[in-house]
Design a protein around this ligand. Sequence first.
Ligand SMILES: [Fe+2]
Ligand SMILES: [Fe+2]
Length: 204
Amino acid sequence: MTTIKYSTHYIDLTREQLLKKVAAAMSSKRFEHVMRVEQTALDLARRYGANEEKTSIAALLHDFAKEAPDHSMRDLIISENLDLDLLSFGNAVWHGPTGAILANKMFGIEDDEILQAIAEHTCGSLPHAPLVQKIVFVADFIEPARDFPAVEHAREIAKRSLDAAVFFELQHTLKYLLEKEARIYPKTLQNYNAWISENEKGKE
Ligand SMILES: [Fe+2]
Ligand SMILES: [Fe+2]
């Protein structure tokens, strides 16, 4: 296991102090998931040259709002002027954006790359998004306890191209939502379309 020593540049807590706060906000099952996402994200950060401290903080906080009560997250979406469409997509989508708000309010985090990584992990990233955002999105999908049929393939892709892993995950998520006849949050679709345009550019 890798542990990062925090500089206090991004958050005024040690990693151990942050871990305690994260553990207190969720079930032990989810906390274990969060710890695995952090380790997977740190592997990716080393592989692709991202800032490891920012990666650790974003990964540890990515699901911070996942078990927060719906009514308080609804209030936060309204009071913080977030996209009101989030209200019809429920916690599965809104725990990203609301988690970023909590990370800022409760822990004083101001770094955009960290906040964006938390906010966007429920709907993916654009081709030119910062590394930490792509890393948290992918790590959440491939952490060691994930066991859906395509996960081994996703892990292989993540070893050779972070961008290809993001695109694969977006594609997989959309297929899954379509099959389930579930609503698709427009940003997920916009991200997917942006990757299609980017891939087309590469072929020109
Ligand atoms: Fe999440
Ligand atoms: Fe997660």
